[in-house]
Design a protein around this ligand. Sequence first.
Ligand code: ME8
Length: 511
Amino acid sequence: MEKFYITTPIYYPSANFHIGHCYTTIIADSIARYNKLIGKDVFFLTGTDEHGEKIQKKAEIEGISPKEYVDKIVENAKDLWKCLDIEYTKFIRTTDEYHEEAVKKIFNKLYNQGDIYKGEYEGLYCTPCESFWTETQLVDGKCPDCGRDVHIVKEESYFFRLSKYQDRILDYISNHPDFIQPESRKNEMINNFLKPGLEDVCVSRTTFNWGIPITFDPKHVVYVWIDALTNYITALGYMSEDDTNFKKYWPANLHLVGKEIVRFHTIIWPAILMALDLPLPEKIFGHGWLIIDGGKISKSLGNYKDPREYIDKFGSDSIRYFSLREVPFGNDGSFSVSSLISRINSDLANILGNLLNRTISMSKKYFNGLIINEKVYDKIDDDLINYAENLYKIVDNNMNNLHISDALESIFELLRKCNKYIDETTPWILAKNDENKGRLGTVLYNLLECLRISSILLSPFIPNTSRETFKQLNTKNISYDSCKKFGGLELGSYVGEPKPLFKRFELEEEK
Ligand code: ME8
């Protein structure tokens, strides 16, 4: 069985997760579920990034230890993922003992082989981003990533010989055109960072102690990004007694990351892997941000709400659908309750929900719910059946290119065709004459079958809706292979009870 290893970034534990954090994880979950559906052996990793100065400071403010602080809020992340039906394989915490032990070994190995050396760091640091900057990289004297103040740090430090790997990374990128996606981010990395030349990076800190100590010099803790990036291999058991998963799943097929952390993932991470003599991930995709009023949704800007408020009101599948459909993957996209409501009303309630409801109701009304098909075809059926049978190929093509919004659009195209097919075949007129019963049965069968096929293909994206649709169709035939051939819906069984899939929301009321 082909394997597929996908990761999200590990999140800074926060009591204030917002819809922007959900965005990455919803996309990763949908890609993971899609790969499971098509028969791959999937490992989907997410987790929390729990060390660093920022966490230590927050814990100090609350008067508790950093570990107590992170323990308290890690549950918040897990609860949120549960509310969004995120089906991860593993949740890593960088405070997990196996991770800490592996990071120590990785650090020692790099030191012993000369890739890490001791020096003195003097420069600028952005604590919220846990990032080092040079004067020229600042924008208006502030952190180029988050726009906040930076401060001078001067301390004895260990350095990683990043500069040594510059040419190898450039070569690798040019020989592997898909390694960094989308193209614009690749060019940014090459032109802004790699070509001007890489400097060695500081990989230890001494001014705080909430981190993984360096075993041979314990007043230093490992720089949080080295600790964080290596989670992708330690979670699989790298440098531990049981590295079966590492052997099976590494290299990753896809690291999904927000655009502001592409630099860490496409420059520092490959260099660490090269130093460890490990293969590089197949693809790193830097997605855009969900924005509100032109700015990133952010805890510190205070322009966010707890995503659970939206989930409770609109449902997990609606939030998932919006995140996947509204923004072409890779671009920034704006989030607002009115655009969420428009999507729910137009796509989920009108196109999908209404189609299912009408079809099941007609089946109940005209055949007491019995699913029959005497194959009384008409030319008009060809387009619908052809499109339905080939839909999995269109979806697969889009998913291979991570065009998730287009994949969804192609499935909704089938549903739109079904709605048009109802208008053209006018089942309520066919029902008036007993002679047309055979044709009416075929028309309804075609519609029910299209709903079955589309729900199989929608199941990675809106899993609850697909489950409910299968229930109303009363079908057990929900395998991926069964959507490659029209006619998998079981004849002779009875459809379930019609129940609206989505509620329509009033825009005005929400404003
Ligand atoms: O960066 N829209 O953690 P983090 C879309 N611990 N994505 C957003 C977003 C928004 N408005 N706001 C945040 C870290 N994100 C590190 C990662 S990985 C080895 C270490 C995304 O909690 C952001 O782009 O600050 C990032 O990919 C993820 O949430 C985690 O952000």
